[in-house]
Ligand binder design. Sequence first.
Ligand code: BG6
Length: 241
Amino acid sequence: MSPTAKYGPGDSIRGGIPICFPQFGPRGDLPQHGFCRKSNDWVLEERCSDTKAVYKLSATPDTRKSAWPNEFECYYSVSVGEDGSLTTALKVINTGQKPFSFTCALHTYFSVGSISGASVEGLKGCSYEDGLQPLGSDAITEENESIFFQNEVDRVYGPTPSLLTLSDKKNERAININKINFPDAVVWNPWVEKTKGLADMPDDHYQKFVCVEVGAIRQAVTVAPGAEWSGSQCISVMPLK
Ligand code: BG6
């Protein structure tokens, strides 16, 4: 969590796991990353136990007026496992009469002891779109076993294997991200200049986090009327080998 994150109505919180839905980034006519992350209309649908809760967002008059006017229900479940893992899952139901398409991501911010020496593993051989190039530029193949950070990194990889690892060298820990049904993954660190432009983050905070985001981005998901789609991630932490 950024120490200067904003929490007001209509703000997206700079930290945690913002939900990018029904649009990832600028890939559509909605504002960046879609309306879900800024919505005040989420409700606690069910508190299943002390370690699991489900939240719900459905179409509202505002979403019906937006560039994505579809009838939908979104369920976001958060649960903590006995082993200390964290599982978060997104389910989308088409409650309307027409098919709709969306892109999405669980935009997880991970704290690292230091960006220097931090790396992401599991993406060698994957194709990626470089967010620092214009949308639609040729995809690139990742050649590195480990992705280190020495400048801004903003990439949409996909499809990727289900297990990704963020090695937080300074804290001597490995953060495993196991994803189901999210084909893609984003790796993002804004580095020096981009961070200066983020009003809700101290200038040096890029040294303290990496975003590894699971998503369905490169190819939009289409859901038929009455049908549903879901995807999840399980995050666990272990000592770095
Ligand atoms: C990432 C994108 O998912 O989110 C980046 O790949 C973007 O391009 C970043 O800068 C943060 O977005 P925002 O809208 O929260 O500043």
